[in-house]
Structure formats: structure tokens, C-alpha cells
Design a protein around this ligand. Sequence first.
Ligand code: NI
Length: 144
Amino acid sequence: MTAMQRLTISIDDDLAEDFDALIEARQYSNRSEAFRDLVRRELQQERVAVQPDVPCVASLSYLYDHHDRTTALRLMDIQHDHHVLTLAATHVHLEHDLCMETLILRGPANAVSKLADAILAERGVRDGQVHLIADGRPSAPHSK
Ligand code: NI
């Protein structure tokens, strides 16, 4: 169990009300967990801003029309060209002509972002989104 510190924070009524509404909308069980997640998110963004090559993992999901055969081939080529960054790829045949792929990526944040941008910019790829989780801790799992 991680050691915990108890913080006492003062915020104005309006902000507290908005925070509680957010907690309810996001289904947090308490303020502490919601606050921790907000701080973690900010810290991650700060790490990537200060250290663009910070180690990260990411999930990249997108849809594409598999009737355009060249899209599938181009996506496969990009993944092979970046096999070091691409840990896993899951392909789902959503509908007759619609595919969904989710890639699990790992590497320096700037390289992972660049790869995600390249895939999302491919002709035929749509509704894509990348979620990057940066970890700048010296003791980050799997980093030495
Ligand atoms: Ni498919």
C-alpha cells in the first residue's frame, strides 16, 4: 500500500459544486479519487511537455472501411515499419465493410504520438483517438 498524505484544500463554493457535479458524472466514489486522477492527468501532460521523450504506453483505436484494400495494406505496413513501438494489434470485423483496430503502443511519448498521428492521418482511417499514458518516474515498471 502506498503511503498517503492528507491534504486540506480550500476552494470557493462554486468550484466545489462543479467538482462534485464532475465526480457524480464520472462516477467517482469520493472526492479523493477524483482529485488524484485530476492531478495525475496534469502531471502526465507536464511530463510530456517538459520531457517529450518520456516513456509511455498508449492505446490507439480507429475505424476504417476494409473495402478500400489499400487502407488495410498501408496500415499493416506502418505497423511493421514501427514494430518496436507496436506491442499488439487487435482487429475486429465490426460490420460487413467496417473494421476496428486497437493498437497498444509503447515507447518515447514523441515517437508514439508521431506514429499515432501518421496512422490517424491515413486515407480511409476515421473516428480515431489515441490515449497516451506517460510515466516519468525513475522506477517506472519495465524501465531501467
Ligand atoms: Ni475487418
